[in-house]
Ligand binder design. Sequence first.
Ligand SMILES: [Cu+2]
Length: 163
Amino acid sequence: MKTLHACAFAVLSLASVAVVAHGDEDPANPRRHDGGKVEATAFGQEGRPGQVVRTIQVDMADNMRFTPSDVTVRKGETIRFVVHNSGQVLHEMVLGTRDSIAQHAALMKRFPKMEHDDANMAHVQPRQSGDIVWQFTQPGEFQFACLQPGHFEAGMVGKVIVK
Ligand SMILES: [Cu+2]
């Protein structure tokens, strides 16, 4: 339980740093970091918009499903996910490993109002679209999920296969 609290505070403080830094960012790419700050993860890293090789449209709906619910990409590809919310409630797409998604979902359950925003996720209001630009640097099977309370548990999860 202590670990979860520490994680939550880390996430919260990262979120406030992001807000403070907002003024310096390129308005066209509000979450884009400069090259030196891109953090490599087990499921890839924030992509550079100039290196996008493919755009994948993903729809999120109130039946707690992503369409498509699985996508296949090649290792090294930078993908722009254009994420549309066709529902009436907030949905989000969060990319991660099976473990990181499960951990994040548990945190969201404990702290439903937790602010979280990072390059691997897009929160999308009803009838709006958002995007994620992501480079898949590691082969394997990864997930994307909506971590709004109850949505992940209701099956709002998909998979990315990186070949
Ligand atoms: Cu959702």
